[in-house]
Design a protein around this ligand. Structure first.
Ligand code: KG4
Ligand code: ZN
Length: 338
């Protein structure tokens, strides 16, 4: 069965065709990053406009690159949550129009479930249950994936997401948006012990994350240095900061792996591209003797293939939407579609 996946939750207009939830036939991503860069972050109104301009061509290109036509497609999956409401609505409404005109079923997909499903595209043998660290620009969760469509959140961030923490610290160091990628690259040449930064924990909720204190500590360090006319060694600060963020993620993920006894470990979301995080996850996997699944780099960020993959499993579970489908920014990853 061929699923068309449509993704417009943030700053990437994306569409893809995926066969049986596992095989990518095409995957087209039109990024708006260059346009948002000058503002240091995503401007929602600009994002919606660019999605509106790009969506038709991106879906057309996904069909063309797959070598299939719309008549080969069995259903259309669209990201409904979470994300920027105006951006989500572009993809949702385009999917509705196309589904109506082509007489195809419509499947609502949660963006973070999609990130997790990127692993199904890269690892043909991976099946639930598994424990997944999901870290993106907007969310940081530890999720027990009981089945393809039954997910339980074991931990979440109390404030900033890991990706956001990377981006904001990077911005303060003068690294352009989205700084997480570049901070990671620069950190490779730095000394992670050079600057002492806090590793905040959430009292009473040992698995939860909190990154705002760490981010503030980095910003204060930069301000203090500027006031005193001292130079900050950027590679060292990048390395120290990355070490602290990854330690926070790993401490909780390790504890969750031990607590749940999960036999398979996974990671997903934009931050799962982080070099140090990938090395640390591989180390944990070796130490516990449990296999690790992470998407290849090209599928860690936002894309339509992951939405089509998850859409396939939602479709198999009987999940459908009618023409009343709306974006649902408050939809929780563990809940059924509202
Ligand atoms: O999942 P994603 O593409 O979009 C959202 O759903 O938010 O994640 C984007 C986030 C950004 O904050 C970006 O800086 C971060 O993922 N990111 C990274 C790396 N690559 C992307 N953060 C740290 N290291 C990386 N290599
Ligand atoms: Zn994402």
């Amino acid at each position: 069965m061929i699923m068309l996946g449509i993704e417009t939750s943030c700053d990437e207009t994306a569409a893809a065709l995926v066969e049986d939830g596992r095989k990518v036939l095409s995957n087209v991503v039109a990024s708006q990053i260059e346009e948002h860069k000058i503002y240091g972050g995503v401007v929602p109104e600009i994002a919606s406009r660019r999605h509106s301009e790009a969506i038709s061509a991106v879906v057309g290109e996904a069909l063309a690159q797959s070598g299939r036509s719309l008549s080969d497609v069995s259903a259309i999956a669209a990201t409904c949550a979470p994300g920027l409401i105006g951006a989500l609505l572009v993809g949702v409404n385009f999917a509705k129009g196309l589904a109506l005109s082509a007489g195809l079923p419509l499947v609502p997909v949660h963006h973070l479930r999609g990130h997790i499903a990127a692993n199904y595209l890269c690892h043909p043998n991976l099946e639930p249950p598994f424990l997944c660290l999901v870290a993106s620009g907007g969310h940081s969760h530890i999720v027990m994936v009981h089945s393809y469509t039954r997910l339980e959140v074991l931990a979440r961030t109390r404030d900033d997401a890991a990706g956001e923490a990377f981006d904001k610290a990077a911005r303060a160091m003068g690294i352009p948006y989205p700084g997480g990628v570049e901070l990671d690259r620069i950190a490779e040449a730095g000394d992670p012990r050079a600057y002492a930064l806090p590793h905040p924990r959430v009292e009473g909720s040992p698995l939860d994350f909190s990154f705002s204190g760490l981010k503030t500590a980095a910003l204060n360090l930069l301000h203090n240095a500027a006031q005193k006319g001292q130079t900050v060694r950027v590679p060292d600060l990048c390395a120290s900061y990355r070490r602290a963020v990854v330690d926070c993620l790993m401490e909780s993920f390790r504890a969750a792996a031990l607590e749940t006894g999960a036999q398979r470990l996974a990671a997903a979301g934009g931050v799962s591209a982080n070099r140090l995080l990938r090395r640390e996850l591989e180390g944990l996997s070796r130490e516990l003797g449990r296999p690790l699944y992470i998407p290849e780099l090209s599928l860690c960020g936002d894309n339509g293939a992951m939405i089509a993959a998850q859409g396939y499993y939602e479709y198999q579970a009987g999940h459908r939407a009618g023409m009343g489908l709306n974006a649902a920014p408050q939809w929780e990853i563990g809940a059924d579609f509202p």
